[in-house]
Design a protein around this ligand. Structure first.
Ligand code: ADP
Length: 551
């Protein structure tokens, strides 16, 4: 029998309103909850951020009077939930290294004092934790085991956690208890892994859909001038540049959160940095100031993440590319939980991916699939460079099929949709796009590489562009008689800059570090791959790729 045939009864709605303060269940919440309390069925649920995952695991035991065991990767998040539950009079506790009164808590558990028990994965896969869970299972009535952020079990996911991998033992330790695995982001291979690793039996698999129609997505390349970049997301009010509403600026490195926070403070904006290198008390204080609107902006690493429940975040800015679409979508998902229009803007440069790779080698993070990380980064880059609807791209990524987005207007969807209508001349440049959205850059690449070669690889990108555009700049005066001088006049400086970055990204150009006395700088030269390409154009070599937003 399909559980959604039965609507919630007055007894369910009474508990919902008395304990949680909500009038009705969201459709997927009820499907999950009723399958747990009526059919004791396993569930694998993918719910977009803000849909209301927590109710799905907090309601069942509150209603039945039993216990829900909740496993989550983040202690701070669980601490917040335990506190929130205490306020609403639902008794909850946390077991894990953070609990200094563990013995007392355990005694209280056996006296039936708790409805919700939050556990770290380390605790419940350790010998002591396993034994404790066996005893709880024997002596008390467990309604549900919930595994939050369930994508962490999968090496295909963006946030693999080794301890999560061992959670398959839950079915052995506590047989017969329904498991609810929930996550906000999962591709079909991650979903498959969750079901397999947690040993879910005939699970109900549900997905709320991934579309977030109130988020406007846009992408720029970093211009090299941070203030100039930020102003693209700001408004001017009484002579001051400001972000409209609460804003998170995600940075790749801790150092950058500090630098950018200083830049923004210098612009008169109330802003603080947040990263895992700061003490817990500083982090808590910053988080609280943000929640209470005492500061407008947090510049953060992705450590500022799960557990931010501020409904009115208006802007998420990525100053640097995310490592994967999954991570990116989870981060932007923190904007506009209240359903109001919000913007998500990425500024990226090709070197962001090198920084990610470098950090990973330094951290030597265990686990994860190396090839898969590269694949995820490549997909992210394809997204950033895409000239098609960004929301369609993301939905396609998660759902594995073309999904039509609910687009109220192109002006509320993404930069590419807006651009398509507002600057028809721009799209005319791309009449040559093939059905995959790719463009044949062969001729332009030949011109660029030939120019670099002509100038003997002695300069940085900017000077080659001056040369191509026929500048009389004294630095390149000696090359003014070359037939290539001015041969790129038909395209803008910004366009050539975009092409230069693309050629560098695809390794047709390479950078060489030089240091003269105290001055260090980079030269850009044609690489081996670049020369091979130039030599083979006559044999049909081509450069066909997706244009970046700048091109
Ligand atoms: P997430 O899925 O991102 O974990 P939460 O569980 O934090 O979402 O819930 C997001 C917001 O939605 C919270 O503010 C919560 O109070 C609210 N919410 C959840 N369920 C309902 C409901 N049935 N009716 C109204 N609001 C709800």
């Amino acid at each position: 029998k399909e559980c959604d045939e039965d609507p919630p009864g007055p007894e369910h709605l009474e508990v919902l309103s008395r304990c949680f303060g909500h009038k009705k269940f969201r459709p997927m919440q009820w499907k999950i909850i009723s399958s747990i309390i009526k059919d004791r069925r396993d569930n694998c649920a993918i719910m977009t951020t803000g849909y209301g995952k927590s109710l799905c695991y907090q309601f069942p035991s509150t209603y039945t009077g039993g216990i829900s065991i909740i496993i989550s990767p983040l202690i701070s998040l669980m601490e917040d939930q335990v506190l929130a539950m205490q306020v609403t009079n639902i008794p909850a506790c946390l077991l894990g290294s953070a609990n200094t009164k563990q013995k007392q808590t355990i005694d209280d558990i056996f006296e039936g004092k708790y409805t919700l028990i939050y556990l770290t994965p380390e605790f419940c896969t350790g010998e002591y934790g396993k034994e404790l869970l066996r005893t709880i299972h024997k002596e008390l009535s467990i309604t549900l085991i919930a595994v939050d952020e369930a994508h962490c079990v999968s090496t295909w996911g963006h946030d693999f956690r080794f301890q999560y991998r061992k959670l398959g033992i839950l079915k052995e330790i506590m047989p017969g208890i329904p498991i609810l695995a929930v996550t906000a982001t999962a591709t079909s291979s991650v979903k498959y892994d969750i079901i397999k690793i947690l040993k879910l039996k005939n699970p109900q698999v549900l997905c709320s859909g991934f579309d977030r129609p109130n988020l406007y997505l846009s992408v720029f390349m970093k211009s090299g001038d941070v203030i100039n970049d930020f102003r693209k997301c700001m408004d001017r009010e009484n002579g001051m540049w400001k972000f409209m509403g609460s804003t998170i600026v995600y940075c790749i490195t801790r150092k950058e959160t500090e630098t950018l926070s200083a830049v923004l403070s210098g612009m008169g904006i109330k802003c603080l940095p947040y990263h895992a290198g700061l003490s817990l008390s500083v982090r808590k204080e910053t988080h609280e100031q943000f929640l209470k609107d005492k500061i407008d902006v947090i510049t953060a690493t992705v450590a500022f993440g799960m557990g931010i429940d501020k409904p009115d975040i208006r802007n998420i800015i990525h100053y640097g590319a995310s490592k994967s679409i999954e991570g990116y979508y989870q981060e932007v998902g923190r904007a506009g939980r209240d359903g109001q229009p919000s913007t998500c803007t990425t500024f990226y440069s090709n070197s962001d991916f090198e920084i990610h790779r470098y950090c990973e080698t330094v951290e030597r993070r265990i686990g994860g699939n190396k090839d898969n990380k590269k694949e995820m980064a490549d997909m992210m880059l394809t997204y950033l460079r895409s000239r098609n609807c960004r929301r369609e791209f993301i939905l396609f990524h998660f759902e594995g099929k073309k999904v039509s987005v609910s687009r109220k207007s192109v002006y509320t969807c993404c930069d590419n949709c807006t651009r398509r209508v507002s600057t028809p001349s721009d799209s005319a440049t791309y009449e040559g796009l093939d059905e995959n959205g790719k463009y044949d850059f062969t001729e332009d690449a030949r011109t660029f590489l030939a120019a670099v070669n002509e100038l003997d690889g002695k300069f940085g990108i900017q000077n080659y562009i001056l040369f191509l555009r026929g500048s009389k700049n004294s630095k390149i005066a000696g090359y003014a008689r070359s037939s290539l001088h001015g041969s790129g006049n038909h395209k803008s400086e910004a366009w050539w800059k975009g092409l230069g970055a693309l050629l560098e990204q695809e390794n047709y150009l390479e950078k060489q570090y030089r240091k003269v006395n105290t001055i260090s700088y980079f030269l850009t030269k044609v690489s081996k791959k670049g020369y091979t390409f130039l030599n083979n154009i006559k044999n049909g070599a081509k450069l066909i790729t997706t244009p970046t937003p700048e091109l």
